[in-house]
Design a protein around this ligand. Sequence first.
Ligand SMILES: [Zn+2]
Ligand SMILES: [Zn+2]
Length: 566
Amino acid sequence: MSAESPDDVDADEESKRATTSSPYTVQREEGEEHHVFWADAVADRVEEREPDEPIVIKGGISPSGVPHLGNVNEIMRGYFVAEVLRERGHEVRQVFTADDRDPLRKLPRTLCDLEGNLVDLGEVNAGALGRNLGSPYTDIPDPFECCDSYGDHFSNIIQNSADAVDVPIELVSTTELYESGRLEDVTRFVLEHRDRAREVLAEYQNKVDEDYVPFNPICEECGKVTETVTAVDVEAGTVDYRCTDMEAGDQTITGCGHEGTATLREGKMPWRFEWPAQWQVLGVDFEPFGKDHAEGSWPSGQDVARNVLEIEPPVPMVYEWFTLDGEPFSSSEGNVILVSDVLELLEPEVLRYFFAKDPSKARDFSVERLDLLVDEFDRFEAIYFGEVEASEDEQAFAERVYPLVVEDPQEDRIRLPYTFAAVLGMTDDPDLREEIARREGHVSEDDPEWAIEDALARVERARNWARRTENEFDYELKRSEIPDHEFDEATEAALADLATFVEEGHGPEEIQGEIYEAARRHDVPVGEFFSAGYRLFFDESQGPKLGPFLSNVDREFVVDRLRRER
Ligand SMILES: [Zn+2]
Ligand SMILES: [Zn+2]
């Protein structure tokens, strides 16, 4: 489940947790078979339930804010378990609920258009949002005016994200579950047993008193989700309500005072009941969720499932959240990245690999050091094909997981090292890029055309990475002709020394050291000497750390350019 849950977490849950079964299922228990891939361990637990076919795996999200990379975590986690179960011969459905009957509780600061661009609230038709605080997402007009509602707009982005990482999900609208009547029986059942429902939930939430009714009708007058039910008629399947104020965080959403009657399709259950009700009507066998739910709605959810609905809750799995460049994801703080952004920087299989790693460990998705992740993936892939030395554990992991990450393994594929690709990205000429890649031995005569094309596609991604992070590769190499320059004799002599040094073949740090030495030997101020280098290669007065840069570019060109021959 997503980070945003409509209900508050109560402090008295701490004591309760000890008596409920743990959702931290990835950790292996004594006597269990050892698996190198966590999804195999989870699949064992799902099979232990002896589930009916098709097995149902669920995830879900409340459509507030921006659907970002963190939300795809849940989709990918479910996917790997689904794939493992499919391998074992099961039929599996992966459903993902958009919990879009939830009311909009506060205005998001940032939204996202269908192309994946972040947009400030001020730039869209936000008036409709403000007027609709308290209304279900599916009843609120799309601020971008491209979809049926705000809820639908959000669902479309989720669907696009899943498509982009090639995960087939069945997106289910919770509003649709209510309106079609699929949730009607279980809603009636909960209302019929509302004393028991109240008793169970009261152990988790302080606000539950004897007037509590586990149903929130939608006011027919103002469209808001209301909390004050005055009478329940289970037989007729209706509730009477009064439209009162709703507390939403630190603000109050004003009710219109209307008194009316609603059917069980014209409202929603509170999240603490809605989630278990979804398990029942969708037949959910497994659901991964973030650690907020592990301490919040999971303990009450499994209790409600067993002791109110009388069903067995799904196999749970808590996944750790990850950070983005060391900070929590926050669309309001601008610390957010969308799947569409990520896929401009790396191949989908690299992202799939990121989510194949142990979900019980917190990790960072570092855009700054994306090269490390891509290098790690390249190594993982090379291990699978037996091209590099690796430990037994690494080998076992690659053998098991690689075919789930890359659907159609091709031994002929070529990967340009990411930072090398970033260096190639400093030049715009595609032929030149290929020529350098050949000269540097990354591409050879008998490589198939498709593999060369795929490999060079990484150059564009690494180029985007350089632009986005403004890192040391974010420069345009003036390759085709030598920029205008004017150096004194001392500088020319120092450049000649440097050319000879580079020609001899040295590593990045040695070249960096020689830049200082050569300047000193010829009495050229070091800063000026660096500027001379940047002038020659970029036609600028500053640039990346020069030693590593020069060692990354093809040597022949570097030497010629330092000698100002081309
Ligand atoms: Zn839209
Ligand atoms: Zn109202």
